[in-house]
Unconditional design. Structure first.
Length: 69
């Protein structure tokens, strides 16, 4: 079974990657997300905002749990 790899606090490059922010359009072009995830993000993200990958995953999870507004 796959497990999520924790970021190495001693590796600033890994920390920087986790904090990078992306636009709604960049998520739409991502190869890491499924078509359904892209559709959810297209519906819930704001056009003028940027989000980290973790924030985007939280939005997807909230939507899937019926918590989206």
């Amino acid at each position: 079974m796959f497990t999520k790899k924790e970021s190495d606090p001693k590796n600033p490059e890994a920390q920087q990657k986790n904090k990078q922010k992306y636009s709604k359009a960049q998520f739409a072009e991502s190869r890491q997300l499924s078509r359904i995830e892209k559709d959810i993000l297209a519906a819930v993200l704001l056009e003028q905002e940027t989000y980290t990958l973790q924030e985007a995953q939280q939005h997807i999870q909230q939507f899937m749990n019926g918590e989206a507004q």
